[in-house]
Design a protein around this ligand. Structure first.
Ligand SMILES: *Cc1c(COP(=O)(O)O)cnc(C)c1O
Length: 177
């Protein structure tokens, strides 16, 4: 379960895995850890309000039963796991939206109950549920800090694919000689 702290920084070239991107993120990470958070929630560098990624994962929200994730646009890494989640959602008939989402929308949706889940996606942890956001001294709780049903479903579904326990209908599995 992730506890994330918001931080406005991301630079051109954020869409590739390079050491330079990580160097720029260390200070934010250290600051967040001192406050008791495990991950940094990245906001856009220009307006500092649009959500980009969480730590070294892409981010998803469930709002009004729709899966929402920020669009790729140069500053966001096009994660393989992000792609996988979007494809599985399509397979499972879950509505998805790749659109810009602000931290204020997240806060309002958490307050009115329409935001039911948030999670990160990345190769290392596959799916990481987010229990709370810290923003400007405020705590935004998600699903009472518990893993939500969709995060669990994606985690189980992707693990089953990786283990060959679910049919690989998209030819994702490659035999290594
Ligand atoms: C690795 C990484 C991701 C996730 O990508 P995957 O291909 O799913 O592992 C997302 N954002 C950043 C910044 C990353 O470094």
């Amino acid at each position: 379960m992730l506890k994330t702290n918001t931080y406005g920084l991301s630079q051109e070239g954020g869409n590739v895995k390079t050491g330079g991107n990580y160097a720029a993120s260390i200070k934010a990470h250290t600051t967040s850890q001192k406050k008791g958070y495990t991950q940094v929630l990245w906001l856009d560098a220009v307006e500092r309000k649009y959500i980009e990624e969480v730590g070294t994962s892409n981010i998803f929200f469930v709002i009004n039963d729709e899966l929402v994730t920020p669009p790729l646009g140069g500053t966001i890494l096009p994660g393989i796991t992000r792609n996988t989640v979007l494809q599985l959602a399509a397979d499972w008939g879950i509505p998805t939206s790749e659109r810009r989402i602000t931290i204020d929308e997240v806060r309002a949706a958490a307050q009115d109950g329409s935001l039911t889940e948030a999670f990160g996606s990345g190769t290392a942890a596959v799916i990481s549920p987010i229990g709370e956001f810290g923003y400007q001294g405020e705590t935004i709780m998600i699903n009472n800090g518990e893993t939500g049903p969709l995060a669990q479903r994606f985690f189980d579904g992707i693990q089953q694919l990786q283990r060959g326990a679910a049919p690989d209908s998209h030819d994702w599995i490659v035999r290594v000689k």
